[in-house]
Design a binder for this molecule. Structure first.
Ligand SMILES: [Zn+2]
Length: 372
């Protein structure tokens, strides 16, 4: 059997994939698409398959064109994403448009994927808008957004919209078991906790965070019996985040050292070094940020379960079904739980605004202890 194409590797979006494959068969793509729907359900993966298919009809995944698109090294493929946890800057769009307007190779399409398009800053969005209004021939823009309400309406209106819905958590569980060889109990748990977000579920099941839930619950509901518990837990989380990124950091150092040896003596050496090390720093910040987002996701799942318990819902419906006895020992009123969920959401916003993670989590755990 031949390797599955990039289309066949996408799970749970049959209708959308069918629609996009139809576009490829007719060879009549729109100038711009907006893929939108919850985070971590396969939108970017689908955008990458579509990009490959625009240059290799079957999106085979193994030819030089498909492989170089997946590796972001294809000369007619451009991938833009926010720098660090920040926004997509005007400079990034200006650089992009310079190459987009260059002549393309005959036959194929130039494809631009703008990931996290809701993070386009106002100046970047307006610059991009001008191009979307007068699209160059043979260029296809694919904007990917996890929050369509934050995409500038004038931009959205220039794009053909393609909606993605969250997957059923049973489907996510199956994907984790079949494709990622994750143990069945853990897979089901991670799928339930992340509510249909495959990307998040994979990371959650792979990391050690699931085991930290009892401690998280105790501290959040002030049943840890120790006033220093919130600080200790926050410090512990930061230490885990650093430990997780330290491997990547080591690999980056080696990569940078090799690069420096390679470009030594070149007139561009200093510039290249600076650019690469800035990219590496952003990559690390992104990894850490993803870890913190997972902590908040777990905290929110625990609180949603507390809400269900306060409403006497059958414990089979709890996302943390394995922790039912411990959850039931916590008494929280619906009002307290809602206040807790609001604190958790606010912490997500604070982290996105670059508040230090130690401070943000310490504040969160103290605040939660107070409402409990
Ligand atoms: Zn191919």
């Amino acid at each position: 059997m031949s390797d599955p194409s990039l289309w066949e590797q996408i799970r749970g979006h049959d209708q959308t994939v069918g629609l996009l494959r139809g576009v490829i068969d007719k060879d009549r793509p729109a100038h711009a698409y907006l893929f939108y729907g919850p985070r971590g359900i396969g939108k970017t993966k689908t955008a990458m398959a579509f990009a490959a298919a625009l240059n290799c009809v079957s999106a085979c995944g193994v030819c030089p064109s498909c492989r170089s698109i997946q590796a972001h090294t294809h000369p007619d493929f451009h991938f833009v994403e926010p720098e660090g946890q920040q926004t997509i800057m005007r400079r990034q769009i200006v650089d992009l448009l310079k190459v987009v307007h260059l002549k393309r190779r005959p036959g194929g399409y130039k494809v631009v994927v703008v990931d996290e398009a809701q993070e386009l800053g106002p100046e970047a969005a307006n610059t991009l808008l001008k191009t979307l209004e007068e699209p160059p021939e043979g260029v296809v823009f694919i904007l990917v957004a996890s929050n369509i309400d934050r995409v500038l309406a004038t931009i959205a209106s220039r794009c053909q919209r393609v909606a993605f819905s969250a997957l059923d958590s049973a489907v996510v569980g199956d994907i984790l078991i079949a494709d990622y060889k994750i143990d069945a109990d853990k897979a089901k748990l991670a799928a339930a906790l992340t509510r249909g977000m495959v990307g998040e579920a994979i990371e959650l099941a792979a990391g050690g965070l699931l085991d930290m839930r009892p401690e998280l619950l105790k501290v959040m509901t002030a049943t840890a019996g120790d006033a220093s518990a919130p600080t200790l837990l926050a410090e512990n989380l930061i230490a885990i985040a650093k430990k997780r990124t330290s491997k990547v950091k080591k690999a980056q150092e080696t990569e940078l050292a090799e690069l420096i040896a390679f470009v030594e003596g070149s007139t561009h050496a200093a510039g290249i070094k600076k650019r690469v090390s800035a990219n590496q720093k952003r990559e690390l910040a992104r990894l850490e940020h993803r870890f913190y987002r997972q902590v908040l996701l777990l905290a929110a799942a625990l609180y949603r379960d507390l809400l269900l318990i306060s409403e006497n819902v059958d414990k089979r419906f709890l996302a943390n079904s394995d922790m039912a006895p411990l959850m039931e020992s916590v008494s929280a009123t619906p009002r307290q739980v809602r206040a807790g969920l609001a604190h958790i959401e606010e912490t997500g916003r604070r982290l996105a605004r670059n508040v230090g993670p130690l401070l943000a989590f310490e504040n969160l755990f103290f605040a939660l202890g107070d409402v409990a």
